[in-house]
Design a protein around this ligand. Sequence first.
Ligand SMILES: Nc1ncnc2c1ncn2[C@@H]1O[C@H](COP(=O)(O)OP(=O)(O)OP(=O)(O)O)[C@@H](O)[C@H]1O
Ligand SMILES: [Mg+2]
Length: 290
Amino acid sequence: MRPPVTEASHVGSGKVRELYALDDERLLLVASDRISTFDVVLPTEIPDKGRVLTGLSGFWFARTRDLVPNHLIALREDGRSTECRRLEMLPIECVVRGYLSGSGWKDYVATGEVCGHALPDGLVESQQLPRPIFTPATKAQTGHDENIDRATAAELIGEERFDEVEAIALALYAFAADYAHERGIILADTKLELGLDDEGRLVLGDEAFTPDSSRFWRADGYAAGATPPSFDKQFVRDYCESLGWDKTYPGPELPDDVVAGTRARYVEAFERLTGIEFDAYLADPGVVLR
Ligand SMILES: Nc1ncnc2c1ncn2[C@@H]1O[C@H](COP(=O)(O)OP(=O)(O)OP(=O)(O)O)[C@@H](O)[C@H]1O
Ligand SMILES: [Mg+2]
């Protein structure tokens, strides 16, 4: 006999989210306050981080649904749980870069290219690219995602699907980058996850344009040639690197000032991007959808 499907049907844990099956078609995604850096979940949590991620994703889902349908059905009162359509996720991470940073910068320095995109000579770190580029990565089950070129990604999802995914990812990036720029924030790069619904249509899933999935820089502190001050995990990464940690489990505990500084950055990203006070979101998560 099949056990009844209840909210207790836990179907998986990511580094940050817990997944529960509500029924055959719907999932409950619960964003915890866990933080991972260099793909290691740290032992210390950042209070309310999961709510920032959930609220920001909801905000963007509500504003991009004309560009591409998304998985959001409802946000729950706790501000960290999303009822969503269950998708068959594509086996690639859909990364778009408007600026040269992180692994894109590393690849450029080594080869002059990023994911098969030949780039002009002489670019410096954090420089804006001539135009945003789609730079997919593998979805590593364990370990680090790996940047892949068009041919490798097309092998995983098919040529035609690749073109469709690239166009959607670039359109979403362009929308969010313009929106953020008007609010004094540069969206340097971002990672999106797309999946297929029952009818084989592409749907945006997971989280969207959060400090976990994106590099956000303050526009007023931006200068090419250095790492601009950011709203993402760079603050925690810098702390962890200052310890000389080898980036394997277990990760280091975070001191109170690093926890508070990280929380403040996440909340500030939420408030600047949405124009909504974080306390207003905590009181009524539905505010981000209106
Ligand atoms: N609508 C959806 N249907 C099915 N799976 C989804 C949906 N939205 C997101 N997911 C998956 O749920 C998981 C979210 O968990 P989380 O973000 O914590 O994972 P992660 O650490 O980023 O990656 P991993 O799953 O590899 O551990 C991801 O594997 C993501 O692909
Ligand atoms: Mg994730």
